[in-house]
Design a binder for this molecule. Structure first.
Ligand SMILES: Nc1ncnc2c1ncn2[C@@H]1O[C@H](COP(=O)(O)OP(=O)(O)OP(=O)(O)O)[C@@H](O)[C@H]1O
Ligand SMILES: [Mg+2]
Length: 387
């Protein structure tokens, strides 16, 4: 026997309402709608839904499949008659019961409807959010592309600038060399005897010339490093102590002029690294010269070479000089940057030494670390991988 086969007796407005909610329940079969009026609202609705319409309930009572009858005529006699005639297997629900069930089902349907609406809203919101995210994504991708283009352009401009700098500085080199040799000729008296006053002026010209030649030399060095000139890229196995000792030796002239002592104890073992000897010499010279230039006369500088870990060697140059203001530590490697205390203390500087040293460190896949306390001194260190 089929569970949930229903017959509805009485298809007026009450019957129609019940029919509508019953139809919404999955698994329920409404087999008959019975009414004496073929034009009752429930009858017309039943016909639209292919439910069998009958005018007398005899058929229902003799159909063994039906197991539930809703009596919605509101006529107590019909209910009584049905109660007597129906078989015990059939459940009978009268007008009152039907109303309660209708209300329950109606409430259930409303909840379902609300739930569906909520679900649809949620789905709609998810769709909208997804679309929004996709749009943002597309915009971000566009911006990334724009950024990459810009960065590429900047790089090109930078390379152009470096090339121009190289060219312009190179053009300056010859005239300055000429001025310097003329000045030397004058000072040596080949252009006639100079008065004291003229000699003083010519000496100043020579001093300025020397400074400018130095600037030009540094600018050319930096530009050459930046263009990764093939000659500078020759990498060999080097004993780092040898290079360091030679750099210190070179700097001793300016150190002695200031009565500054450079302490350096060569290590007992040799440390080999892979690098460009000329460049590493320049790097050490920049650090040691700075230590001398920014220290008071009669002080000491320590150059320390140390094995760090199993495969690295560190070189530190430590002075007891003027130090670097904390806010400037991040700027000292920028081209032409000089901090105010340095300008006051030592007038002859370009602000290119550390830019050159940094470039060299980068070529050697390392970097320079600076630590300093104003008035106490600075330590610059660089670590190389052992070969
Ligand atoms: N040992 C140091 N002690 C104090 N300040 C330092 C030291 N080394 C570098 N600086 C600071 O960093 C700045 C940049 O140094 P860098 O060597 O690049 O240029 P510079 O010494 O001014 O000029 P030059 O290019 O002629 O060497 C210096 O002007 C100074 O302010
Ligand atoms: Mg310097």
């Amino acid at each position: 026997m089929n569970e949930g086969v229903i017959a509805l007796i009485g298809a007026g407005n009450g019957g129609l309402a019940l029919l509508k909610v019953l139809l919404d329940i999955p698994g329920v079969i409404i087999k008959y709608v019975c009414d004496i009026n073929p034009n009752a609202a429930g009858v017309l609705f039943a016909k639209q839904h292919n439910i069998k319409f009958i005018t007398s309930y005899g058929t229902i009572l003799s159909d063994g499949e039906v197991n539930l009858i809703f009596e919605a005529t509101g006529n107590p006699d019909v209910f009584k008659d049905l109660s007597v005639k129906k078989s015990p297997e059939i459940s009978l629900i009268g007008a009152e019961g039907s109303r309660i069930i209708y209300n329950l089902l109606d409430a259930y349907n409303e909840i379902n409807l609300n739930l569906n609406e909520y679900k649809n809203n949620l789905e709609q919101k998810i769709i909208e959010r997804t679309e929004e995210l996709e749009r943002t994504n597309v915009e971000l991708e566009k911006e990334m592309l724009e950024y990459e283009k810009l960065s590429h352009k900047l790089q090109e401009m930078n390379e152009e600038k470096t090339k121009y700098l190289l060219y312009a500085t190179h053009q300056l080199k010859a005239p300055f060399a000429a001025i310097q040799s003329y000045v030397d000729i004058m000072l040596e008296g080949y252009a006639g005897q100079l008065s004291h006053q003229t000699r003083d002026i010519v000496l100043k010209i020579r001093e300025r010339c020397k400074m400018l030649t130095n600037v030009i030399k540094e600018m050319l060095e930096l530009a050459k490093l930046k263009s990764r000139d093939a000659e500078d890229m020759i990498i060999e196995r080097l004993d780092i102590t040898d290079i360091l000792a030679a750099s210190i030796q070179k700097c001793k002239v300016i150190a002695q002029a200031k009565d500054i002592k450079i302490n350096f104890k060569p290590p007992l073992e040799s440390f080999y690294i892979r690098g460009n000897a000329k460049q590493i010499d320049i790097l050490f010279t920049v650090l040691i010269e700075n230590a001398i230039n920014y220290s008071a006369d009669g002080t000491e500088i320590d150059v320390i070479i140390n094995k760090t870990g199993a495969s690295q060697v560190s070189i530190a140059v430590k002075d007891h000089g003027i130090g670097i203001p904390e806010k400037n530590i991040g700027l000292i490697f920028n081209e032409f940057f000089r901090s105010n205390n340095a300008v006051e203390f030592h007038n002859n500087g370009t602000g290119l030494g550390l830019s050159i040293a940094k470039e060299i460190a980068e070529i050697h896949h390392t970097n320079i670390h600076a630590e300093s306390i104003v008035g106490k001194g600075s330590t610059f260190s660089v670590i190389f991988r052992l070969a």
